[in-house]
Design a protein around this ligand. Structure first.
Ligand SMILES: [Zn+2]
Length: 101
């Protein structure tokens, strides 16, 4: 888990997850208010995590029986659940840098 680069307070899991889902928003330390931004590597890590999601969604679209609309819906729900879990897993690999004021 990532610590604040200034005071070493652990950056809250919820904050990082939220930042990730809102498109890599900056994260503020709850203790010293230092702003952290995502390193570029984080975008690569999360993109790699999304590859199995696309793969599974594609499998569902190809092999799941039923109407196209129903299949799309199932694929969408599965993709959403998987991307949520994968983003939770990827958080431990994320690195941040301090934003210069
Ligand atoms: Zn701090």
């Amino acid at each position: 888990m990532s610590d604040c680069l200034n005071c070493k307070t652990v950056l809250s899991f919820k904050k990082i997850l939220k930042s990730l889902w809102l498109g890599y928003q900056d994260i503020e330390c709850s203790q010293c208010k230092t702003i952290h931004e995502h390193k570029f590597k984080n975008r690569i890590i999360t993109s790699i995590c999304m590859i199995p999601v696309l793969f599974i969604a594609n499998l569902v679209m190809n092999y799941f029986p039923g109407e196209l609309l129903f299949k799309s819906l199932v694929a969408l729900i599965i993709a959403f659940i998987f991307s949520f879990f994968l983003s939770v897993l990827s958080i431990r690999f994320l690195k941040f840098k301090e934003v210069e004021k």
